[in-house]
Design a protein around this ligand. Structure first.
Ligand code: MCA
Ligand code: AMP
Length: 493
């Protein structure tokens, strides 16, 4: 975490963040984070890993809040800005956060709940000027961040990383992808996941670069940014490149030519979080002249495998292990497979997370031997490069770059009075990677499934809700009574 403070010593007057046209220097960010840290500390001299949740839009306040929590000795818990209250409550209560930093816009959502629960709600706009206090020394082995990830359990798990894990994840990428202080990037990703927090915001700020922020994603606005000559690095998920391509197709030939010339100013564009279709990679090269660099990562490990910055970027492949990250592919017995054979990806290194928050059983089960984390993803090595073949569980869906648990959605759907039983799967989709769909067995056959979307939206973020329903008299099950999701896929197809 001291890398961010180091940047403010090394480049005090350099622009760290540009937020809605306002430029903020590294020194200003350091000062602001110290001020917020003293509010968080209140009368104590070290938060001693107290979990501090924060619901703050991407931009200068987000970065100052994150740094403040770290500098005061807390564990940062970024909240998803589009979650309804029940989803927020789950994260707040699971982490046991007793303080939450917010911008005023979120007071109507969280105010009453926090007052009722006795949680300290700090509204950034209301915090007074404060004399700076002594900030604690934080050992690199201390917990720094909890990010919630959906998996093969119905409830999301809190992934805990230490300051040392984060430093390893960030410095590896800075070295691998040549981040430097003259870089400028644009953050278009949500900041409750690794891709946005680590790869974009932390890499750029640890490197002394400038990070621009947008309020929310709009293909037109992002395209304008990409052709603004202000940026040198850009990172996004495949769905975003797909949406940018769709926007580009609406431009005139002259506009396309100008856009192409302007995008040549980029030194790097990265894609990840889900499989990058070869068609998208090729189309993007025609549009921008740039070959996207695809890489593979996960909340628990940061980035592990990447196409090279210098060297061949192979379409359909995620490249080779990053420096300092050990990767092996194993069969069901845990034996390494031969080159060309598929196996589960296991990862070891200083980038690998510490634990699932207050879930020692899940932590133990996710490791094979000492230190080898089992990703649940299957890959094959061909001519030295890794190719991701898919996931071992059909209960995990990747849609729009978000990892979504089918079980979590099923559990909520089953609480609907009209739903007798259900099964959720992801269907291949050009735009979203996978589209969430649900098969339903209904108690009332006349039930209108269109009413499910608003009902679900009160309980979960929009990106987790099914987009298509199929009503069946019963779900396909095997002899053990388990739903056969592969048969469901055929029914939806
Ligand atoms: C939203 N919509 C969807 C989905 N999401 N429809 C189908 N499937 C979806 N998944 C619908 C909304 O309901 C709405 O429709 C319309 O699309 C616009 O919604 P909005 O939320 O505004 O969408 P958007 O802003 O266009 O979002 C698209 C997005 C977003 C920008 C691609 O999904 C996104 O930010 N994805 C990135 C997630 C990410 O960072 N993942 C990294 C985690 P209507 O108006 O009809 O309701 S993975 C990670 O961190 C690991 C370590 C890694 O490897 O990187
Ligand atoms: P998350 O838990 O949200 O961090 O998502 C991590 C998962 O995203 C991985 O386990 C993979 O299944 C998937 N993923 C990330 N990058 C890629 C990629 N380049 N190609 C295919 N899948 C990917």
């Amino acid at each position: 975490m001291y890398r961010c403070i180091e940047s403010s010593h090394l480049y005090p007057q350099k622009i760290a963040v540009v937020d809605r046209g306002e430029s903020v220097t590294y020194q200003q960010l350091a000062n602001e984070s110290a001020r917020l840290a003293s509010h968080l500390l209140d009368t104590s001299d070290d938060l001693q890993e107290a979990r501090i949740a924060f619901m703050v839009p991407p931009g200068k306040h987000y970065v100052a809040s994150l740094w403040a929590i770290w500098r005061a000795g807390g564990v940062a818990v970024p909240l998803c800005l589009t979650y309804p209250l029940p989803s927020l409550q789950y994260v707040i209560e699971d982490t046991g956060a007793r303080s939450i930093l917010i911008t005023r816009a979120f007071e109507p959502l969280l105010g009453e709940y926090c007052a009722h629960q006795g949680i300290r709600l700090l509204i950034l706009e209301d915090l007074s000027e404060q004399d700076s206090v002594m900030l604690p020394d934080i050992s690199s082995q201390r917990r720094a961040l909890i990010l919630y990830t959906s998996g093969t359990t119905s409830k999301p798990k809190g992934v805990v990383t230490t300051h040392a894990n984060i430093t390893a994840q960030v410095t590896t990428l800075i070295d691998a992808w040549g981040w430097n202080a003259s870089d400028a990037t644009l953050c278009v990703l949500p900041l409750h996941h690794v891709h946005g927090i680590i790869n974009v915001v932390s890499c750029s700020l640890f490197a002394g670069a400038t990070c621009y922020f947008t309020e929310s994603f709009s293909a037109e606005e992002v395209f304008q940014w990409l052709t603004s000559n202000k940026l040198s690095v850009f990172m996004a998920v495949p769905t975003i490149y797909y949406k940018l391509i769709t926007y580009w197709e609406t431009l005139s030939d002259l506009e396309k030519k100008v856009a192409h010339e302007k995008m040549m100013a980029f030194r790097l564009m990265v894609c990840g979080s889900a499989a990058l279709p070869v068609t998208v990679m090729e189309k993007w090269q025609t549009i921008s002249g740039l070959l996207l660099l695809e890489r593979y990562g996960m909340t628990e490990i940061g980035m592990a495998i990447s196409n090279p910055y210098h060297g061949e970027r192979r379409a359909g492949y995620v490249g080779v292990p990053l420096a300092g990250v050990d990767v092996k592919l194993v069969d069901e017995q845990g034996t390494p497979v031969a080159e060309g054979e598929p196996g589960e990806i296991l990862i070891k290194g200083p980038n690998v997370f510490l634990e699932y928050w207050q879930n020692p059983q899940a932590t133990t089960e996710s490791f094979r031997e000492v230190g080898w984390f089992c990703t649940g993803d299957v890959a094959v090595v061909e001519n030295g490069y890794y190719r991701i073949m898919g996931r071992m569980s059909m209960d995990i869906i990747k849609s729009g770059g978000y990892k979504i648990s089918a079980l979590e959605i099923e559990e909520v759907l089953r609480t609907h009075p009209a739903v007798d039983d259900c099964a959720v799967i992801g269907m291949p989709d050009e735009e979203w990677g996978e589209l969430i769909v649900a098969a339903l067995v209904l108690k009332e056959t006349s039930f209108d499934t269109h009413t499910l979307q608003p009902w679900l939206r009160e309980k979960m973020a929009a990106y987790k809700t099914p987009r298509k329903y199929l009503v069946l008299p019963e779900l396909p099950r095997n002899a053990m009574g388990k739903v056969v999701k592969s048969s469901l896929k055929q029914l939806f197809a």
